[in-house]
Ligand binder design. Structure first.
Ligand SMILES: Cc1cc2nc3c(=O)[nH]c(=O)nc-3n(C[C@H](O)[C@H](O)[C@H](O)COP(=O)(O)OP(=O)(O)OC[C@H]3O[C@@H](n4cnc5c(N)ncnc54)[C@H](O)[C@@H]3O)c2cc1C
Length: 401
């Protein structure tokens, strides 16, 4: 009898962890992993590449380096559609592949909320290519000031004040003094503005902790404009609403980090979704499709206490990957498995290289200790996806600078 075929889409935290768990369980199945690049990237560190404080190589590794080639076939291709009723996946280059079990882990994309001009006049931060493009955009504008003497070249607008925006601001405020020397611009003329629709900043933390983080950024020169929805992005201009009036901010660097949505492939494939996310069953499968698992940023796992979905994070994506690896191993040997339960371990945000703040196992952490905690979490997650060898190769033990 031929082996059942498991196809995993996406080699991010969720997809790669699923495959690694299937390898570990030594399941008797043909396993195929599809990813649009030949590398995995640590999405949680994209802000460092975007700000130019780390090169892309520091947060990427080859997918095939962590696969057991005797157990898994890797296909580098882009998924364009899932034909869920035919049990087939359509790939951009290689055409259709069939499956018996499918794991959809295609991750996130930038969310424009339909605001005009976002795609044309601002830079999103969602993968390695966009992060490198953000870096080049910022560096070119800052370098251009020496010739142009146009203060808009030194004006940076960060749209949104969520986790990604705050971590990006932490990195650029660390790097700008060094860039000012290198590119010869007056650092006191730098203008960094962060515009946020919601009235509260860092609402996931206590007010005291959130204020601590925001005050650090303010001291480094960031101006926060809050409770002010962005209405349009025009060339070198952010239009926002304040007290019922439209106002304009001029900036030659406009970074779009207002939020993310799940992969567009989910909607195109006819799944019942909201912003690219599907509310999954207790076993992370899709209603009416017990052979399809949806995990990571394309899934919404309901928190039964709050009756709201858990936030999509790398943390939940990794736990889902382990669960699905185990669930598939159980299915293939006709065993049952308990429902997925998410165990949140805490959240830590970085503010540049030496400051972190957040909650770890019920305790608040901040400052240098917070930064060490953050680096430990990232390194632990790298070991989970890439193994200890990858961690050692990346040499990420820079706790002291
Ligand atoms: C700057 C930043 C900081 C963050 N910080 C944290 C944090 O501190 N803690 C935390 O827990 N979470 C954090 N997150 C959120 C976290 O990164 C995501 O929740 C997580 O990456 C989701 O994992 P995933 O596997 O679903 O998707 P992804 O990591 O996005 O992986 C998806 C994979 O699918 C591939 N892919 C996408 N589309 C296609 C296609 N059509 N065909 C083939 N392949 C495709 C991609 O190339 C990628 O390899 C952060 C996010 C950002 C952007």
């Amino acid at each position: 009898m031929s082996q059942p075929k498991i196809v995993v889409l996406g080699a991010g935290y969720a997809g790669l962890k699923t495959v690694k768990q299937l390898q570990k369980k030594n399941v008797n199945a043909e396993i195929i992993l599809v990813n649009k690049n030949d590398y995995h990237y640590e999405s949680t560190q994209l802000h460092e590449v975007a700000a130019g404080t780390e090169p892309a190589g520091k947060i990427t590794f080859k997918v095939e380096d962590v696969l057991d080639k005797n157990k898994v076939t890797f296909i580098e291709d882009t998924v364009t559609l899932v034909k869920k009723d035919e049990k087939k996946v359509v790939l951009a280059k290689k055409g259709e592949i069939s499956y018996d079990y499918l794991v959809i882990a295609l991750g996130f994309e930038s969310e424009t909320f339909g605001i005009p001009g976002v795609n044309e006049f601002s830079k999103p931060l969602v993968d390695i290519k966009t992060a490198e493009s953000c870096r080049a955009y910022l560096d070119n504008n800052l370098a251009n000031y020496a010739k142009s003497k146009d203060e808009a070249d030194l004006s940076i607008a960060v749209c949104g004040a969520g986790f990604t925006s705050i971590e990006y601001l932490g990195e650029i405020t660390n790097r700008i003094p060094k860039l000012a020397e290198k590119l010869n611009f007056p650092k006191d003329k730098i203008k960094i503005t962060c515009i946020e629709a919601m009235p509260t900043l860092l609402p996931m933390f206590s007010e005291k902790l959130g204020t601590y983080g925001i005050d650090i950024l303010k001291k480094r020169g960031v101006n926060f404009i809050v409770g002010t929805p962005i209405k349009e992005i025009k060339e070198n201009t952010v239009v926002y609403e304040q007290d019922g009036e439209l106002k304009e901010l001029t900036a030659n660097t406009v970074i779009w980090t207002t939020g993310v949505r799940g992969s567009a492939v989910v909607g195109k494939s006819g799944f019942d979704e909201r912003r690219g996310r599907v509310v999954v069953q207790d076993d992370l499968t899709v209603a009416d499709y017990p052979e399809i698992f949806m995990i990571g940023d394309v899934s919404a796992v309901m928190d039964k206490e709050s009756n709201r979905p858990f936030p999509t994070t790398a943390q939940i994506a990794l736990q889902q990957g382990i669960y699905v690896g185990n669930a598939l191993a159980a299915k293939l040997s006709n065993q049952s498995i308990d429902a997925f339960t998410y165990k949140p371990l805490g959240t830590v945000a970085s503010i540049g290289n030496n400051v972190g703040l957040g909650n770890v196992m019920g305790k608040e952490v901040k400052g240098y200790i917070g930064s060490i905690m953050k680096k430990n979490i990232i390194n632990k997650s790298l070991v989970t996806t890439g193994g200890t060898k990858t961690l050692l190769k990346k040499g990420r033990f820079d706790y002291y600078h």
